[in-house]
Design a protein around this ligand. Structure first.
Ligand code: LLP
Length: 433
């Protein structure tokens, strides 16, 4: 699962004692395990080995330069969604030819950046976008490379309504019925080579079935396009593979692969996969300190120095994140992480943050070992969509990020200061109109 384990009553990240680390770097802190990143990447690659996919890690899930470097060094490509992420990948020294770039609103500047940096594929989401990419490529005297993102309009893949992207009424991709017309219009364009199909149906998806349905539809389309004389040599099947938020709930890589690989092998297609959270989710925790304990009605609140400004997922999606103290009694050295831990001497807490909103709740009515002011709590599976969605709401600085590798720990992003938070508001300029 991951490399966060309890030993002698203390939480360890690989060989590093989390409390000792936080004593040094301060709290709150995002702590990542390099070993977990590596293990997830290689396990996913091995599960899909039969189709030898290009794995493009979704930078949006956890995009620190050092994480990109780590994965690039293993041969991993990158999935990007903005000029900022293309820039990030470049800064980290990533292999630009293994970059896919999706996004419904790519600006001229972003497209120009992508073409100039020689990214692998633009995953193109509309007719107007295609025309714009082709126009910009022509102006630059270069050829862009595109995949058509089709919206397969499959049934609700049972993910949260805010993260479902595979239904027609979402803004993503081009309706699959329009895909043939799209190729007829643009399939022979010289400025943007169009020879690939892209799918991404949402996330997280806890079953292989929606992938199977979407891929089956895409394969029919590819056959039809080929029959019309278009070259289609690549199928990007997107991301959305679950992270292990709650022990035992997410399918193994083998389960996904066993269902997906037979469909796509032997089809003369290069396969791309865009996993984000399944690689980064369990690779990170967010650690905060208990500031105060207080009673409210019949509830007991543990109030942390971190909350929705640092980890938005519970407030935004009612997402489950396992929370547990970093120092525990022997009977609480958990190996599983679920909502109802069947252990002695637990107490019910609402674990909340300091932000001025009721939605600033990390865990509601959760049975955990009793905590008191000054104790530390780890929020697990916070590596994906954690720091990248953190904000300065309430003028709160963002946490430090630390990468552990074996016995080593490196600060990979400094803790923000109050000065950092106001920096861009200083030395303001009058606009001349
Ligand atoms: N590919 C595309 C085109 C995507 O839009 C996404 C995620 C991924 C790949 C990677 O999905 P993953 O494997 O990480 O599930 N903030 C939300 C998730 C939004 C996902 C957006 N797109 C959350 O915290 O759950």
């Amino acid at each position: 699962m991951d490399s966060f384990n309890y030993k002698n009553g203390s939480l360890f990240c690989e060989s590093v004692n989390v409390d000792k680390l936080v004593d040094q770097v301060g709290s709150p802190a995002y702590i990542y395990s390099a070993e977990t990143f590596r293990n997830h990447y290689t396990a996913l690659r091995d599960a899909f080995a039969e189709v030898d996919p290009i794995i493009c890690y979704s930078i949006k899930s956890c995009g620190n330069l050092h994480i990109i470097k780590l994965l690039d060094s293993l041969g991993c490509g990158m999935d990007t969604v903005s000029g900022g992420e293309v820039f990030r990948a470049k800064q980290a020294g990533a292999d630009m030819s293994k970059i896919v770039y999706a996004g419904v609103g790519k600006t001229d500047a972003e497209i120009t950046l992508g073409i100039n940096e020689g990214i692998g594929w633009f995953n193109i989401e509309s007719e107007e976008e295609f025309e714009n990419i082709a126009r910009i490529a022509e102006t630059l005297g270069k050829q862009a490379h595109g995949a058509l993102r089709v919206n397969p309009d499959i049934y609700d893949p049972k993910t949260h309504v805010k993260t479902n992207t595979g239904k027609k009424e979402t803004k993503f991709g081009v309706d699959i019925e329009r895909a043939k017309q799209f190729f007829r219009s643009y399939g022979k364009n010289q400025h943007c080579r169009l020879d690939a199909i892209h799918l991404h149906i949402g996330s997280p998806i806890y079953s292989p079935d929606p992938y199977v349905m979407a891929i089956e539809k895409a394969l029919v389309l590819i056959d039809e396009l080929r029959a019309e004389g278009f070259e289609v040599n690549t199928l990007d099947i997107g991301g959305g593979y679950a992270a292990d938020y709650e022990t035992g709930k997410s399918p193994s890589y083998k389960t996904y692969a066993d269902a997906i690989v037979p469909l796509i092998k032997g089809k003369d297609l290069k396969i791309i996969i865009e996993p984000g959270r399944t690689i980064s989710g369990n690779s990170g925790i967010l650690v905060g300190d208990v500031q105060y304990i207080k009673q409210g009605g019949n509830k007991k609140f543990a109030i942390l120095n971190t909350g929705m400004h640092h980890l938005l997922r519970p407030a935004m999606y009612e997402a489950f994140h396992f929370v547990w103290p970093t120092a525990v009694a022997p009977e609480h050295m958990v190996t599983a992480r679920t909502d109802n831990m069947d252990l002695p001497n637990l107490e019910k807490f609402d674990v909340v943050g300091p932000i001025c909103e009721s939605s600033d709740t990390i865990a509601k009515e959760r049975m955990i070992p009793a905590v008191k002011r000054g104790d530390r709590i780890a929020i697990f599976t916070a590596g994906a969509y954690g720091m990248v969605m953190a904000s300065n709401y309430n003028a709160m600085p963002r946490p430090v990020e630390v990468l552990v590798d074996g016995t080593d720990a490196t600060i990979i992003r400094k803790r923000e200061t109050y000065n950092d938070v106001v920096a861009l508001e200083r030395d303001t300029e009058q606009v001349l109109l």
